[in-house]
Design a protein around this ligand. Structure first.
Ligand code: F6P
Length: 323
């Protein structure tokens, strides 16, 4: 391997820049060249290639977003699109690929690697933390801290007005941001897709807890939760408890931005260096992950298909600590 193509794809996540820096500098350290591909897989199809050198990645470790830009590319979902991308890589003498992204990115990478027998290594970069085989994904810690910061602020006004807030957070089909955001910010309940809460349970909690022992209440709702989101829950509660003062906040894309936390920068640095080591070791079609503090290699197929899951015990903790 001599020239490595590098791209970020799917939803951006704080810390992706740290991974770009680590891949570039580790590769250079080992005498390999890096070609930055902009706008994810679209850049592979459009030949948006530019050599990355050490100075190109200086001063980006602390920046959110991704200097390589990101996109979700429909054409790469087709065999023809992936063939075009392959031809362009060969023409540019790129002989391996590092992709930074989430499950959609790895699904495309897996297909591409198989169809063209091309070495591809993935780095988990998504705020959702929904990839199996890694304890953490790049961006999750920063997003979690953003959520906690926002909930703390909402709590001030919630308490001043003795209100009940439903706050919806991102996570796609996963509830990790809601669950751990709820634990860290001291919310009264969390509603997540992995372990659904019935409306009857929430109602009984509200009837018993809200306004008896609390002068405000926060319920964190994961966007992937199956009952229709924060507005829907709020509407039902308002109907059944007309004297409750209910408000809804959707945190939205604020969760994707900002300076990456120290943890995300360290994770990005370790995974980026790990990706280059894996390629030098002839590894293919794997995600570089972290488990119990150690770097691990997880086949794309496992990382995408297997479910990380949430333990009931974690959800119980929210209940215990909010009584
Ligand atoms: O995967 C990251 C994520 O922020 C999800 O939490 C969310 O569902 C989705 O991306 C939003 O995507 P977009 O930025 O394309 O609206």
């Amino acid at each position: 391997i001599k020239r490595i193509g590098l791209l970020t794809s799917g939803g951006d996540a704080p810390g992706m820049n740290g991974a770009i820096r680590a891949v570039t500098r580790s590769a250079n350290y080992h005498g390999l060249e890096v070609v930055g591909i902009s706008h994810g897989y679209r850049g592979m199809i459009n030949k948006a290639f530019k050599t990355l050198e050490s100075k190109d990645v200086s001063n980006i470790l602390q920046q959110g977003g991704t200097i390589l830009k990101s996109a979700r590319c429909m054409e790469f979902k087709t065999i023809e699109g992936r063939k075009k991308a392959y031809d362009n890589l060969i023409e540019a003498k790129i002989d391996a690929l590092v992709v930074i992204g989430g499950d959609g990115t790895f699904t495309g990478a897996g297909l591409f690697a198989k169809e063209h027998n091309f070495p591809v290594v993935g780095i988990p970069g998504t705020i959702d933390n929904d990839l199996y085989g890694t304890d953490f994904t790049i961006g999750y810690d920063t997003a979690l801290n953003t959520i906690v910061d926002c909930v703390d602020k909402i709590k001030d006004t919630a308490t001043a007005h003795e209100r009940l807030f439903f706050i919806e957070v991102m996570g796609r089909d996963a509830g990790f941001l809601a669950l751990n955001g709820g634990i860290a910010a001291g919310s009264e309940a969390v509603l997540i897709p992995e372990i659904p809460t019935s409306y009857a349970d929430l109602k009984s909690y509200l009837a018993n807890g809200y306004r008896k022992s609390k002068n405000s209440s926060i319920v964190l709702v994961a966007e992937g939760e199956k009952e229709g989101g924060a507005f829907n829950w709020a509407k039902r509660v308002e109907k059944d408890f007309p004297d409750y003062d209910v408000r809804v906040t959707i945190l939205g894309h604020i969760q994707r931005g900002g300076t990456p936390s120290a943890s995300d920068r360290i994770l990005a640095s370790r995974l980026g260096a790990g990706a280059i080591e894996a390629l030098m070791d002839d590894q293919k079609s794997i995600m570089i992950g972290i488990e119990n503090g150690e770097i691990v290699h997880v086949p794309f197929t496992k990382a995408i298909k297997n479910q990380k899951g949430v333990k009931q015990q974690q959800l119980d903790l929210v209940k215990i600590l909010s009584n």
